[in-house]
Design a protein around this ligand. Structure first.
Ligand SMILES: [Zn+2]
Length: 372
């Protein structure tokens, strides 16, 4: 049985160059892109589009005219070649601060916090930072990365494949509903977290209001400190929740199904006080954590349209706004099915997962490919 599951993931590593290094990297980027534009011009004029043919015509001139290293010249020609693969009818002119390819000849991973980058002024050991989830993928880094300038900040973008072969083959779908009282409820009726977290959230919100009303310097200082505390707390909770959900899915051979979180703030109709709480809570962060954790665990993750999941009966599929009696209780007007409202919604998510990917839980011996 062949079952492939692969995803291209772009790791973003933020560079923290000294001012001198920043200048050197930018100058290198500009020389590289000017060289690539020049190579494209030579190629287009001669109507040759292969790497060796362009190389033969302009390699030496790129080195002399733009001061780029041997490998930079090769990569600059490569940039022109890639562009011509898509379109040979016009000659590209590359942006001065467009992405620059670094391959293993021009780059070295020194230690977890530093990378060595070749510039026109020789090699520079540059500090970098990245999130803890990216750290898990650092050993997979090989081959080339792109040096990218965005809003004045330099980043390395590395594309990696994860995982080629998942360790689990899903046998069913586990829907997960994200809510306010319980942070998450799954389609088997388990709820994750609850009161303790909510209490902390409310307490910080209340304290914030008090300090904001005061407006003094010390109050502002307290506010700033509190924002950090809350961010760390939220990080910790989301981290733990994602870990438990993914582990459970893996143990029970389930594919996780979540609602498409881009709609969550529009979807939940809440009173003003509840909305304030919701906006302090980062569902996006939870989604990000889940995305990384499922990759490592080999658990498939789907996002489905959440529309009407809270109004639809999981037992008979009857849709009516009045099915949802309150925030907590679901009771079907058609068949009488009564359940915890979040549990009912989670079951609907699981069903939608199954409908959207019928190929997913495949009969034995079948071939399927799943791309994320
Ligand atoms: Zn029903």
């Amino acid at each position: 049985m062949t079952y492939t599951c692969s995803m291209k993931l772009t790791l973003q590593l933020k560079l923290l160059p000294t001012p001198e290094q920043h200048t050197a990297l930018l100058a290198t980027m500009r020389a590289f892109n000017a060289a690539a534009s020049f190579a494209a011009q030579v190629a287009f004029t001669a109507q040759v589009f292969g790497q060796p043919a362009i190389h033969a015509r302009c390699y030496r001139e790129l080195r002399e005219r733009f001061g780029v290293s041997s490998q930079m010249a090769v990569r600059a020609i490569g940039k022109a070649v890639e562009t011509f693969k898509r379109d040979k009818t016009c000659c590209p002119v590359f942006r001065a601060d467009g992405a620059m390819t670094y391959d293993h000849h021009m780059l070295g991973w020194k230690d977890p916090a530093h990378v060595s980058l070749l510039t026109l002024q020789g090699r520079q050991i540059v500090a970098m930072v990245y999130g803890e989830y990216q750290a898990g993928f650092m050993p997979r880094l090989k081959g080339q990365v792109d040096l990218v300038l965005r809003k004045g900040t330099l980043y390395l973008h590395a594309t990696i494949d994860v995982p080629e072969d998942p360790s689990i083959h899903p046998t069913h779908f586990l829907g997960v509903d994200l809510g306010l009282v319980e942070i998450a409820t799954d389609s088997e009726g388990h709820s994750y977290s609850g009161a303790a977290i909510d209490a902390v959230r409310q307490r910080t919100a209340l304290a914030r209001q008090t300090f904001q009303a005061t407006g003094t310097t010390s109050a502002k200082r307290r506010l700033k400190k509190m924002a950090g505390t809350q961010a760390r707390f939220q990080h910790w909770v989301n981290h733990g929740l994602a870990k438990r959900l993914v582990q459970y899915a893996k143990d029970t051979k389930a594919a996780l199904v979540l609602e498409d979180l881009t709609h969550i703030r529009d979807r939940i109709t809440v009173r003003r006080r509840q909305r304030a709480r919701l906006q302090n809570w980062s569902f996006r962060q939870l989604r990000e954590f889940l995305t990384y954790k499922v990759q490592r665990a080999g658990v498939p993750l789907l996002f489905v349209d959440p529309r009407n999941t809270s109004r639809t009966c999981a037992a008979c599929a009857y849709v009516d706004q009045r099915n949802r009696r309150s925030q907590a209780v679901f009771s079907c007007l058609h068949c009488g099915h009564t359940a915890n409202a979040d549990h009912n919604a989670a079951r609907n998510l699981a069903t939608r997962g199954a409908v959207s990917r019928p190929d997913f839980v495949a009969p034995r011996g079948s071939q399927l490919a799943f791309s994320w």
